[in-house]
Design a protein. Structure first.
Length: 207
């Protein structure tokens, strides 16, 4: 998961957020995360990405604005840096965060993000997932389904379930969860040539 953090609530000529006194340390007004999301959504969309989440937390005088962005093909650290720059500009040009200092954190979704939107399923093609069946079962006594996503279209999701390709409508499944897969420790070692043993013991220059 890519992420970036920077200080917010800055003007071009102001000091860093950590040294600003803001409103003298008095508790500021509650920030409406939905209004912040409405402000930032077009900014993120203009960069070809989706705004997946906005959260504002507070601990005393310190506030943290966390936003999550995603895109087809994933989000790189360079993308995160660009989003952080444009989001900061939009926030500084508005009163959405008030006068109190805050820290802006921009990140991409982790594997624990539930798959709830069509784009989430599409971007998880190839991953092993588990999801509840909204109808309460599949006729075989199972209330959940586990399989590898092989396709995601306008009509629904295709899963490889125990070697069988099965189609589910988006309304047939509840929030999906990506399962973490670990490769065997000895994976890839079986094809090593015994004659190559000790080859890595040469000098660092290869001679």
């Amino acid at each position: 998961m890519s992420s970036s953090s920077r200080q917010g609530s800055l003007r071009p000529s102001s000091a860093s957020a950590g040294s600003r006194k803001g409103n003298g340390g008095r508790p500021g007004p509650v920030v409406d995360a939905e209004k912040v999301a409405a402000l930032l959504d077009p900014v993120v969309s203009a960069m070809g990405m989706d705004l997946e989440g906005v959260r504002v937390t507070s601990a005393g005088r310190r506030r943290v604005l966390r936003i999550v962005v995603d895109a087809d093909g994933g989000v790189s650290l360079d993308d995160i840096a660009l989003v952080s720059r444009d989001v900061s500009t939009a926030l500084d040009d508005s009163a959405a965060m008030g006068d109190q200092p805050y820290t802006l954190e921009v990140s991409s979704p982790g594997t624990d993000r539930p798959l709830t939107e069509r784009r989430h399923w599409r971007r998880a093609i190839g991953r092993l997932v588990v999801a509840p069946l909204t109808a309460g079962g599949d006729g075989e006594g199972r209330a959940t389904v586990e399989g590898r996503i092989t396709g995601a279209s306008a009509d629904g999701i295709t899963l490889d379930v125990d070697g069988e390709s099965r189609m589910f409508g988006y309304s047939d499944l509840g929030p999906g969860k990506i399962k973490i897969e670990f490769a065997p420790i000895d994976a890839g070692r079986g094809d090593e040539d015994p004659d190559d043993e000790g080859a890595d013991e040469e000098g660092s220059d290869g001679y």
